[in-house]
Ligand binder design. Structure first.
Ligand SMILES: [Zn+2]
Length: 353
């Protein structure tokens, strides 16, 4: 692969024994066997510490928020309360300094104090994050993991491949829900913001898609990549409620099989100690992405589903998309992201994601 020699200076390499405080057992109920989640949360730790995982969190915490310039999709008639904000950052993957990374880590540690985990069987699969005030009047998020996720994690796996699929599922569920908790930690009980030019304001999917370029979707027996953003109104989540320009979206997201080798390598120490060290961010990117990022593919819907930060990895000329498109989001004096003051469109409302 042409980009195999390009690595990043901010390559972190957590060892096997280290599960990040965001994912460790200290915030889980005492009546579950947290060991069941160990391999999955170890993978989650490794993923959020990759150059792209760090860049996502840096943008999330230290990007800039502005009122969204595009109204939400079908629900404009609901009025301005339903118009969230959008945020972006002008730093590309690999551009974070050691000080930036320390700033991200400080926020992660603070975040870890603001939520707990529970296992539930009366929620839609796979998980959701709710927010409430504790006895001291502080906002606390509760990440509810569906019972089936716990049961599947506990079950003995018939093969290394099944084990690896399970680990990826657990890792993505935790990363997804922790992203919602992070949003609630910053802003309280309000809807997620749109990240860059996303059509759907969904912090959880954003956190995962920016690791791989596409989003893994989980089934029993196989995993697929999905383009995720679509005009889906059925099922437990009506995405149009959190969408903008949804008329530009397809009715269904595209899905295709993830190569089993790709899923398996993520659970192998040899990958993290070998290919990942060699290739950095590129080692995590879905196999289909480099080809799609070649010039001339810009009109392709699947290309457009790839986040700008990942497309930037394969841009060979000129400044990155992040630099050119989001120059106004540059924040030389790093500040925690906030919403604009005195915006009449903003109203606090309870939310469950
Ligand atoms: Zn979500």
């Amino acid at each position: 692969m042409s980009n195999s020699a390009k690595t990043h200076s901010n390559l972190l390499h957590p060892g096997r024994e280290y599960v990040h405080a965001l994912f460790d057992a200290t915030r889980s109920p005492s009546d579950i066997d947290y060991e069941a989640f160990y391999e999955g949360t170890l993978l989650a730790t490794r993923l959020v510490n990759t150059p792209q995982g760090l860049q996502h969190d840096y943008s999330f915490y230290f990007g800039k928020t502005v009122p969204a310039d595009t109204p939400s999709g079908f629900l404009v008639e609901w009025g301005p309360d339903y118009l969230p904000y959008q945020y972006a950052c002008d730093k590309a993957i690999g551009e974070l300094t050691a000080v930036d990374i320390r700033a991200v880590e400080r926020q992660r540690i603070l975040l870890a104090e603001t939520f707990t985990f529970e296992v539930h069987d009366n929620i839609p699969p796979y998980a959701q994050t709710a927010i409430d005030k504790n006895a001291a009047g502080e906002w606390i998020s509760t990440i509810r993991i569906h019972q089936s996720v716990y049961t599947d994690a506990l079950a003995k796996k018939s093969s290394p491949e099944q084990n690896a699929r399970e680990n990826l599922k657990v890792a993505c569920i935790f990363i997804h829900e922790v992203a919602h908790a992070a949003h609630k930690c910053l802003f309280g009980a309000v809807r997620d913001d749109w990240y860059e030019d996303s059509h759907i304001a969904e912090a959880g999917f954003e956190a995962v898609v920016r690791l791989f370029g596409f989003t893994p979707k989980f089934s029993h027996g196989w995993n697929t990549w999905t383009t995720w953003q679509c005009r889906k109104t059925s099922g437990p989540y009506d995405l149009t409620k959190i969408g903008r320009k949804v008329w530009e979206l397809p009715d269904e997201a595209e899905t295709w099989l993830i190569a089993p080798e790709f899923v398996m390598k993520l659970s192998e120490d040899e990958f993290w100690e070998g290919e990942y060290v060699q290739r950095g961010a590129y080692a995590l990117v879905a196999d289909d992405v480099p080809e799609l990022c070649k010039p001339g593919k810009e009109d392709d819907y699947v290309y457009q589903a790839i986040p700008l930060s990942i497309r930037d990895l394969f841009r060979t000329e000129g400044p990155s998309y992040a630099k050119t498109k989001y120059a106004q989001y540059a924040s030389p004096e790093r500040q925690l992201r906030r919403r604009p003051d005195h915006d009449e469109r903003f109203r606090k409302m309870p939310s469950v994601d």
